[in-house]
Design a binder for this molecule. Structure first.
Ligand code: GTP
Ligand code: MG
Length: 484
């Protein structure tokens, strides 16, 4: 015989009407008790089933209202810049508040360009002539130019404080009160990696608001939101940069330097983080980066960085957008796959101006070939067959500049043959090439790949593209969830 429920609980529950109503009747027989318990168990199961149903419905509802976008593409394709454009459109006040934090990155980009010029005028005998008596390196200087190098000695000396500034900026960006330094430093002189291709960039690590990490180094006097450099501090790099501004301008505008860079085949205008045409403005003591400056700033991504936006307008009301920005260098790509299962759309960036460049992580691989291969892998991936694909054929401004300067596509891609070397023909050729790969290799023949020719540093044009892409993704997504 089962024991009766303890009288203590009966007494305690008298004051609670619900508990009182649920109390077993007095003098309940064991058979009645068994029946009651069975009834209660059945009722609980029905209750649990309803709870589960509601939970599943809520999850489905939530899923419908969340759009996840993955930004993919090789390193320096423009993924982080595209993310900045999303921020400009959908989180502009936050973007503006953080603009000052980019000042150090912009200085570092400028200093790096100056250092590249100084390196180019520094005579390195082994660079000029092969130690084995073989042919000269293709980037060696003409003898007449070499003879003129001493003319630059004074300027070089006057610019030496710039090198110290580079060190200081790197320290400032990397230094952390916590032990887990989140900013990855380029290798130092003397380290085994120093001088290796692709190893000279400073990068930002996954999932970290580096701007906040930087904000710790505001110095003693607060200098405004997100401002990481203590501007009033005499140690602020701005003072040295400001003092060296004229010399930097002289260096960059010197015909001899232009000659040397041409002979060395260094095209700084096309490289990331190029500010040499704006030295006076950037080195002004009261300089605050503009939106365009931030879009041009180069900071390599390592890992995957997530950003969320809530849209509260029109048809997009209540839709949460999650955008994942990944590192595109070869050693970063293994981090992409875990995001494939759950993503609604991919924006793939292929910088089509890079047809005459090689990967910085592997000088044997042409950058455009790498983009084509990567695109092919993405479009043919079965896991991604339901994912909407948007392709940005990016850096169209640089493509135009290159073609206008006479760089011939067919010298780098023989398949181009003798077609005209103008922007319209070349961009159409690339569009068809990427579209054909999608058509041939997509496991989902109903899927359309939306292709745009872009320059994601241009806010006006990119804002139109982003609005268009957003509408398409939203429409496709609603179709998927059978809302329309
Ligand atoms: N001129 C020009 N520059 C661009 C364009 N898109 C991006 N850039 C610049 O190219 C550089 C690299 O862009 P990022 O957005 O950092 O490239 P990423 O794909 O995020 O690179 P990783 O983080 O290394 O994977 C930055 O300095 C950008 O300002 C473009 O369309 N035109
Ligand atoms: Mg990036």
């Amino acid at each position: 015989m089962s024991p009766r429920p303890p009288t203590v609980s009966r007494r305690r529950s008298i004051s609670d009407p619900l508990a009182f109503a649920l109390l077993p009747p007095p003098n309940e027989t064991p058979a009645e008790r068994e029946q009651r318990l069975r009834r209660e168990a059945e009722a609980k199961k029905v209750n649990d089933d309803i709870d589960d149903m509601l939970k599943a419905e809520r999850a489905a509802q939530k899923k419908r209202k969340e759009v996840k976008i993955l930004l993919l593409g090789q390193s320096e394709s423009g993924k982080s810049t595209t993310l900045k454009q999303f921020q400009i459109i959908h989180a502009h006040s936050q973007f503006q508040a953080e603009r000052s934090a980019w000042r150090a990155v912009i200085y570092l980009n400028l200093v790096r360009s100056v250092r590249r010029i100084l390196d180019a005028i520094t005579l390195d005998e082994s660079d000029e002539e092969s130690p084995y008596g073989g042919p000269r390196s293709p980037t060696a200087l003409l003898p007449a130019t070499r003879q003129r190098l001493p003319e630059l000695a004074t300027l070089k000396l006057r610019l030496s404080p710039i090198i110290a500034i580079e060190e200081q900026l790197i320290q400032q960006l990397a230094c952390s009160e916590e032990n887990d330094t989140r900013i990855m430093l380029p290798p130092r002189q003397g380290s085994p990696e120093f001088g290796q291709r692709g190893s000279g960039e400073i990068s930002v690590r996954t999932g970290v608001n580096w701007k906040q990490a930087f904000a710790k180094f505001k110095g003693k006097r607060p200098t405004g939101e997100g401002n990481i450099l203590p501007r009033n501090d005499p140690n602020d790099p701005i003072h040295v940069l400001h003092a060296c501004a004229d010399d930097m301008n002289t260096l960059w505008n010197s015909p001899l330097i232009k000659d040397i860079l041409q002979q060395r085949r260094i095209r700084l205008e096309e490289s990331s983080g190029f500010y040499l045409n704006e030295i006076t403005r950037i080195t002004d003591l009261n300089y605050v980066p503009s939106d365009d400056d931030v879009l041009k700033a180069r900071l390599k991504t390592v890992g995957v960085v997530e950003h969320s936006f809530s849209l509260d307008k029109g048809t997009e009301k209540g839709v949460d957008w999650k955008i994942y920005d990944v590192g595109g260098a070869r050693n970063q790509r293994q981090a992409w796959a875990p995001y494939f299962e759950d993503v609604n759309a991919i924006i793939f960036l292929a910088p089509i101006s890079a047809f005459d460049q090689v990967l910085s992580e592997d000088p044997n691989v042409n950058r455009l070939e790498d983009s084509l291969l990567l695109w092919r892998n993405i479009v043919s991936n079965k896991l991604l067959q339901k994912v909407h694909l948007v392709l940005f054929l990016n850096k169209c401004d640089l493509l135009q500049m290159k073609l206008d300067n006479g760089v011939m596509l067919n010298q780098h891609m023989t398949s181009y043959g003798d077609r005209p070397n103008d922007y319209d023909s070349v961009s159409r050729y690339f569009r068809n090439k990427f579209a054909a790969l999608h058509q041939s290799f997509s496991p989902n023949q109903d899927r359309e790949a939306y292709i745009h020719l872009t320059c994601v540093t241009d806010t006006r044009k990119t804002s139109e593209v982003i609005t268009n892409v957003r509408d398409i993704i939203l429409k496709e997504n609603l179709k998927d969830s059978r809302l329309i």
